[in-house]
Design a protein around this ligand. Structure first.
Ligand SMILES: *[C@@H]1O[C@H](CO)[C@@H](O)[C@H](O)[C@H]1NC(C)=O
Ligand SMILES: *[C@@H]1O[C@H](CO)[C@@H](O)[C@H](O)[C@H]1NC(C)=O
Ligand SMILES: *[C@@H]1O[C@H](CO)[C@@H](O)[C@H](O)[C@H]1NC(C)=O
Ligand SMILES: CC(=O)N[C@H]1CO[C@H](CO)[C@@H](O)[C@@H]1O
Length: 585
């Protein structure tokens, strides 16, 4: 076994964790990040995109955008999984050739991802030639290293699930005619006793190695509850895994190299997509294993057991991180076509705007348990946080009634003296204890947000930002700047300082919100007059003037007023209203 650890560095260096400098003068960032490849699962094209797919893609997209914000090399791959029996069957049912069918559904996914601003750098389809070559190469390596053997496999087989099941995964039930039949306990699909010759992967060899990997990489699987589930699975023996199907049973797939009578198991084929994107077998070294997979909990076993075992067998290291998320329910119920409660992502974008929809899913979505989607909650959350708190704050400090010159504000250290300088408590000081608390919170915010992203807890990052937005509103409210007389030189100093501090806070929120609500953040930063090249977290400096430093924003002319940041949503407007201009999938 050869572990590929780039440069022999420990994982925390490879992953580029960043250490905030707790300097008292200013908090700059010490950057140290190597490249990271974020991936979504590739989506199975037997049906079109739904909310769960978009949620996976959104999580990965915001992680990727956040990395880019820190000037780190980053890639985001997504795409479609196009082989297998279910697709062969779905294409037949639709009266289409499989490839044609796959292309159409794959385009639907792409259209939804384009529309929801998923900034993928790679879009892979498993029917592409270069992916086929990678799978063949990977198979050959596994085979040459002695991890694949030919065996006769027999067991309970579920055709819709495309898998053999152990006796413990099968139960007997009575069908409508009263006959006892065997079904999968998990999917409920009928199973049949099936015997076939196929290739087996020596998964049983890998149990100790997988346990060791998890023992030494406690953060490999997030959140913690899923890490524990995987450890539980590994307490039991791992049977060898069938990794091919007879060609006669499955035609739509990649043939086993050197044996045209067998087709490679669709899951092996699909998982290898991550290596295809990374450039295996020649060019993957700059990205592997700095890979962060985002996956739904339903495919955890494939990513946390089979995939690392395949990789180890091929002499590669397991991925750095596997971020697992739960599912979305609709008003407390599982979404299903028969209940008619399936939430369509395109409808949601139409109704709440793309940014509003992104914000809701990432703010309300908690990875470790199932989340509930309901219209009233979306409206309430977006109105409270985006329209009222954030939009309201921007409006207030840019209002021409208190800021007729339409500028960024000026800082006066006599009004807001350095807290650490106890000899400077001049009579002109206006700042109060709560104001110092506010700036301390905001100063720490980029560090806190980043720590949340490192664990894929985007909802917590957004919660922290929202808490600071609320504190800033209180700051503004507390000092009633609209009551200050700007013709009085002393009061004007304080008015300008209040506006400067508020805008510095808003600039911080706008910068940090870019990975989640790119359009709203752009609008906010443009209004504040922040240029495109001033929007990253590299060398980000909050409230420079308070720390006695030059601040390029001070006194700068504001950008044009382009209207309300986020329009309040009407709770009464039915969720069924549709804009016919948006293509329906
Ligand atoms: C950044 O990483 C490099 C190795 O890639 C290391 O030599 C350097 O000391 C690190 N810098 C900081 C500030 O951690
Ligand atoms: C999605 O965006 C990409 C890149 O802009 C473009 O090439 C592709 O045609 C778009 N696809 C769809 C279906 O919108
Ligand atoms: C929503 O509907 C309720 C009751 O039907 C009504 O009282 C309320 O004024 C409506 N709100 C808006 C914003 O139209
Ligand atoms: C009328 C008024 O108070 N305008 C203020 C608008 O904001 C700028 C920058 O803070 C101040 O200089 C003006 O006094």
């Amino acid at each position: 076994m050869r572990w590929v650890c780039r440069g022999g560095l420990p994982a925390w260096l490879r992953c580029g964790f960043v250490f905030p400098v707790q300097a008292h003068v200013s908090r700059r960032w010490v950057q140290n990040c190597s490249g990271t490849l974020f991936t979504t699962p590739i989506f199975y094209v037997n049906a079109g995109p739904h909310l769960g797919h978009v949620y996976s893609a959104l999580l990965a997209d915001s992680l990727h955008r956040e990395r880019a914000l820190r000037d780190c090399a980053t890639r985001l791959s997504t795409g479609t999984d196009e082989h297998g029996l279910k697709i062969q069957q779905a294409a037949e049912a639709a009266g289409k050739a499989p490839y044609q069918f796959c292309s159409e559904v794959s385009e639907q996914f792409r259209a939804v991802f384009n529309h929801t601003l998923i900034s993928y750098t790679d879009y892979i389809r498993t029917t592409e030639e270069h992916h086929k070559r990678t799978v063949e190469k990977f198979w050959t390596v596994l085979s040459e290293r002695g991890y694949i053997y030919k065996g006769v496999y027999e067991g309970w087989y579920s055709t819709p699930d495309e898998s053999f099941l152990a006796e413990s995964q099968v139960m007997g039930i009575q069908d409508k005619q009263g006959n006892v039949i065997k079904v999968s306990t998990e999917s409920g699909h009928q199973v049949h006793w099936t015997k076939e010759e196929n290739y087996m992967f020596k998964l049983s060899d890998f149990r100790p190695l997988l346990l060791k990997w998890l023992e030494t990489h406690k953060q490999a699987i997030y959140p913690e509850n899923f890490y524990q589930i995987v450890l539980q699975w590994l307490q039991e023996d791992l049977p060898d895994l069938s990794v091919s199907r007879e060609r006669s049973r499955l035609k739509w797939g990649i043939p086993v190299p050197g044996d045209s009578q067998q087709t490679i198991y669709v899951w092996l084929d699909a998982l290898v997509n991550y290596l295809t994107v990374a450039g295996y077998p020649e060019a993957h070294h700059s990205w592997w294993p700095a890979v962060h997979h985002v996956v739904g909990k339903d495919i955890l076993k494939f990513h946390a057991i089979y995939w690392p075992a395949f990789l180890m067998a091929a002499g590669l290291a397991p991925p750095d991180h596997i971020f697992v998320h739960s599912h979305w329910l609709a008003s407390g119920q599982k979404m299903s076509k028969s209940l008619g409660n399936v939430v369509d992502p395109m409808d949601c974008c139409d109704q709440y705007t793309v940014d509003g929809f992104r914000y809701f899913l990432l703010r309300h979505g908690v990875p470790d348990r199932d989340c509930d989607y309901y219209h009233e909650k979306v409206v309430q959350l977006l109105n409270a946080e985006l329209a009222d708190a954030l939009g309201g704050l921007l409006n207030r400090c840019c209002a021409s009634s208190i800021n007729s010159t339409q500028s960024y504000g000026f800082f006066s250290s006599s009004c807001f003296p350095d807290k650490h300088n106890c000899f400077d408590k001049a009579a002109s000081a206006r700042a109060m204890e709560e104001d110092y608390q506010l700036i301390e919170f905001v100063e720490n915010l980029p560090t806190e947000v980043q720590a949340r992203y490192e664990k894929c807890q985007i909802y917590k990052a957004l919660e922290a930002i929202d808490a600071c937005v609320r504190l800033t509103n209180k700051f503004f409210q507390r000092h009633t700047p609209w009551k200050l007389d700007s013709t009085n030189p002393v009061e004007k100093l304080w008015l300008d300082t209040i506006i400067y501090v508020t805008m510095e806070c808003l600039r911080t929120y706008g910068t940090l919100l870019q990975p989640v609500v790119p359009s709203i953040a752009d609008k906010l930063l443009s209004r504040l007059g922040v240029a495109q090249n001033e929007r990253t977290l590299k060398d980000f400096l909050f409230l420079a003037r308070y720390h006695g430093k030059y601040c390029p924003f001070e006194g700068r002319e504001l950008g044009p007023d382009t209207g309300v940041l986020f329009n309040r949503l009407d709770q009464n407007k039915s969720r069924k209203t549709k804009d016919p201009s948006i293509p329906k999938l």
